[in-house]
Design a protein around this ligand. Structure first.
Ligand SMILES: Nc1ncnc2c1ncn2[C@@H]1O[C@H](COP(=O)(O)OP(=O)(O)OP(=O)(O)O)[C@@H](O)[C@H]1O
Ligand SMILES: [Mg+2]
Length: 249
């Protein structure tokens, strides 16, 4: 079993798209997978076509309910379960710092789940605030998402500092929304590859199909299984599964 956090300091870089599609790819390979949304934007449920999130992660943390008693199976995708969030989770950014040992509140919720699922994926909000800190502390390893963009490249160093503080090893960096159409994108991708060579994982191309899949409430492996982006996610999942064995060992 491995608990993996999908993280980035910068917003809008593709974290949720990676978390949802990677989790669905694990499920596609027959891995019992739990997808946890630690972002009050609640986009993970939306990406899976789920409109009502009950109970939300906020209730679990506040009432000390264990994940195993609250997860919901995702319709039409066997082996995938959700622990979703909605706007109420935003309150925790203010309330949590008054709680003792707040940094481990998400880890506590997931404690029993670690023996129930093969893989747990946690999606995070942008920034390195309270919710992201809880998520980093609940994980065995971090997957860092980075599009070919200079500011996203620059923010990798900030996240690395937070990962050192939470003692969460980096499993790899996923170049995402990759397009070589602009000079800026080509140069930013080169910067990322040159500076983080050993950490680079299979990349995800920039494709409208991934946005359409989100609107349809389906992961790409179900929405357009023969597309190059579905195949990219399956290749990425294979590589992450092999690295997860090392992280969990
Ligand atoms: N590989 C891709 N190709 C094309 N569009 C993408 C890709 N990845 C993400 N997107 C789109 O980019 C936007 C932001 O993606 P996403 O919501 O996954 O980012 P995020 O990092 O989770 O954002 P936030 O920081 O707000 O949580 C969405 O409209 C999404 O559909
Ligand atoms: Mg997101």
């Amino acid at each position: 079993m491995s608990t993996i956090v999908v993280a980035a300091h910068k917003g809008g870089v593709g974290k949720t798209t990676v978390a949802v599609n990677l989790a669905a790819s694990f499920a596609h390979y027959g891995k019992r997978t739990l997808l946890v949304d630690a972002d009050p934007q609640g986009a993970v449920a939306t990406a899976l076509g789920i409109t009502v999130v009950k109970p939300s992660l906020y209730e679990l943390i506040n009432k000390q309910i264990k994940a195993n008693d609250a997860v919901v199976p995702v319709d039409n995708i066997s082996e995938l379960w959700l622990l979703g969030s909605e706007l109420d989770l935003a309150g925790l950014e203010i309330e949590a710092p008054r709680m003792t040992l707040w940094q481990t509140k998400l880890a506590d919720v997931l404690h029993d789940a670690e023996t129930t699922w093969d893989m747990i994926i946690i999606d995070t909000p942008p920034g390195l605030g309270v919710l992201s800190t809880m998520a980093l502390n609940a994980a065995d390893g971090a997957l860092v998402v980075c599009p070919p963009d200079y500011l996203a490249y620059r923010s990798l160093a900030h996240l690395q500092e937070a990962l050192v503080l939470s003692k969460t090893p980096i499993m790899g960096i996923i170049p995402t929304m990759v397009s070589t159409q602009s000079r800026h994108a080509r140069e930013a991708l080169e910067l990322i590859e040159d500076n983080y060579r050993d950490l680079i994982l299979p990349s995800i191309p920039k494709r409208v199909a991934l946005q359409d899949a989100m609107v349809a409430g389906m992961p790409i492996v179900n929405y357009q299984p023969n597309s190059d982006c579905a195949k990219a996610f399956l290749s990425l999942a294979k590589e992450v599964l092999s690295r997860a064995k090392t992280v969990a060992a």
